[in-house]
Structure formats: C-alpha cells, structure tokens
Write a protein that binds this ligand. Structure first.
Ligand code: FES
Length: 131
C-alpha cells in the first residue's frame, strides 16, 4: 500500500473515470458534499429486481474524489442494493490499491452518495406504491 503517492490505479481512474455523466431516467439519485473542501458528488442508479443495473456520477472534486467515485460505481454495478449499501470507504481504498493518508477521507463522498441514492430509490418505490 502506498502512503504518500497515488497508485497507478488511482491515476488511471482519475484520468479515465468510469460511468461518468448524468442519468435522466435514474431510479435513485444521491448527493453528498464535504463542507471542509467544497467537493460535491451526485450518484445516479438504475435498479431492477433489487440489482443496480446501471450507475453514473457527476462530481466537482479533487483527483482522489474523482478516482474514488469512479471506483465505487464499478464496485456497485451489478450488486444487489443490499450488498451495495455495505460497500465501505475501506473497500474503495483497497480496490484502488491504497490512498495517501490525508486523502482517505475523499472516499466518504462515494459511499455516502451511493447510500443516499439507494435510500432515494427505496423512497420513490414506496411513494409510487402509495399513489
Ligand atoms: Fe475533498 Fe478530496 S479533498 S474530497
């Protein structure tokens, strides 16, 4: 694990982020911002049979925030919403081969925004069933 430098995987995800873009027909949308640095992330999910079929994101953030957001979309895609809810900051950092200590907090954005998108999806399903 690297303690001070970005791994090749982090740099690759920063340069070529996966699943980037707005999703106009999302089933759930989650946002999370870090008031300390001003970075802000929105995650969109498309869910069928309780499985995340598609996922995308938009971000205003640092290199680590872009890489961690890209990685969490890769980790969540194809997972059940239950399993996706359990993805942790550590899972994201490990999948990237590590992050410098002072950048580990950047992985919060993806985890929090993903959980918020899943909660939004669950809320919309309940709401739609009540109408
Ligand atoms: Fe704010 Fe990276 S410095 S998320």
């Amino acid at each position: 694990m690297h303690d001070q430098f970005y791994t090749d995987t982090v740099i690759e995800h920063f340069k070529y982020p996966r699943n980037i873009g707005r999703m106009s027909d999302a089933d759930g949308e989650g946002m999370y911002g870090d008031p300390g640095c001003g970075d802000f992330l929105t995650i969109y999910i498309k869910v069928a049979n309780k499985v995340i079929q598609d996922i995308s994101f938009l971000i205003f953030g640092c290199a680590a925030a872009i890489a961690t957001s890209s990685m969490i979309t890769e980790l969540a895609k194809g997972k059940t919403i239950e399993a996706a809810m359990k993805i942790t900051e550590d899972d994201v950092v490990k999948a990237l081969g590590g992050l410098p200590e002072d950048k580990k907090h950047c992985s919060n954005l993806g985890v929090k925004a993903l959980r918020s998108a899943i909660e939004d999806c669950n809320y919309r399903k309940v709401r739609d069933n009540m109408e």
